[in-house]
Write a new protein. Structure first.
Length: 71
């Protein structure tokens, strides 16, 4: 059981608590929970997918390719 809690995956959208706890906290269904999760994700600032060096290298390759195709 050393890694049990660390390795066990629990979906974040589904309710795992008791019926009473679910009712006490507003009885939100999975659609409401998913909608709230979507709002939270969309409100977070975007982070770059590539590091600046990688992005610059890709841009350089694209510029060179466009220059070769201009003829």
């Amino acid at each position: 059981f050393t890694n049990f809690r660390k390795e066990l995956w629990m979906p974040g959208l589904f309710e795992r608590r008791s019926w009473e706890a679910w009712q006490r906290d507003g009885s939100r269904d999975v659609r409401e929970v998913a909608r709230q999760k979507l709002i939270e994700i969309l409100e977070k600032p975007l982070r770059p997918l590539l590091g600046p060096e990688v992005a610059e290298r890709i841009d350089k390759i694209a510029r060179e390719a466009q220059g070769e195709n201009a003829h």
